[in-house]
Write a protein that binds this ligand. Structure first.
Ligand code: PRP
Length: 222
């Protein structure tokens, strides 16, 4: 039997990491080392010859595009924000949330002619949304806790991820407009897709079967 090539997969640290481990384990790919990892950042699965590396969301596509990892698991929010080259092969259907425009309750955001200030961790997504609706805005890039910016007067509104809605609610903000839905995605480096076709297709197939099975279970419980 021919030797399996090592496939290196970048997992987004944090919320997506947990969902990714869960789906890989259900698909029969052992991730036990990742569950007791301490501060270690790279792990090898002997059976499937997979290296898992843990990286921050904005770095996943950088590693994938440069081909130092073959695959990545990352949120659609990051894919939409970054203009990179990769194949998006699977919607993993976890980490579901949405992009929204939000701001202080009852503020009449869409009224008046003054150029509104929009704070966000996702300037490209925000710019594209306001371009589409034909509203000229000033985009202010923020690294986190964007909900603070309208409270402190830095912005009129934010473009951010809303999951449960509790961060908005607890800070006196509300959604003005939904932009789009988001979930975790599997991406593949373009050259790896050719060079490691068999190995990558095996992984995609296993995970795809698990995603489909979960869909069927969800539908039958609905
Ligand atoms: C994300 C997002 C919101 C919050 C939304 O932030 O930017 O702040 O989660 O979740 P909710 O609707 O369930 O309240 P994250 O936790 O990644 O922190 P950060 O904004 O400091 O990066």
């Amino acid at each position: 039997m021919k030797n399996k090539k090592t496939v290196r997969i970048a997992l987004t640290k944090g919320r997506i990491e947990e969902g990714a481990i869960d789906i890989f384990e259900s698909a029969g790919i052992d991730c036990s080392q990742l569950k007791n990892k301490g501060r270690k950042l790279i792990f090898h699965d002997e059976h499937y010859n997979i290296d898992f590396v843990l990286v921050k969301a904005p770095d996943v596509l950088t590693y994938v595009e440069h081909g130092v990892v073959d695959m990545g698991i990352v949120g659609k929010d990051t894919l939409l924000e970054q203009n990179k080259n990769f194949y998006e092969v699977l919607d993993l259907k976890f980490g579901c949330c949405r992009f929204a425009v939000a701001g202080p309750k009852n503020s009449n955001f869409y009224e008046g002619y003054n150029r509104k200030k929009i704070a966000t961790k996702y300037p490209n997504v925000a710019r594209e949304y306001f371009r589409k609706i034909g509203q000229d805005v000033e985009i202010i890039k923020i690294e986190g806790s964007v909900e603070l910016t309208p409270i402190l007067g830095l912005s009129d509104a934010i473009v951010d991820i809303v999951e449960t809605g509790s961060t908005l609610k607890e800070n006196g903000l509300e959604v003005y407009e939904d932009i789009c839905s988001i979930s975790a995605r599997m991406v593949v480096n373009m050259a790896s897709m050719k060079m490691k076709k068999d190995e990558i297709e095996e992984i995609i197939g296993k995970v795809h079967r698990e995603v489909s099975l979960r869909d069927v279970l969800l539908a039958s419980n609905a």
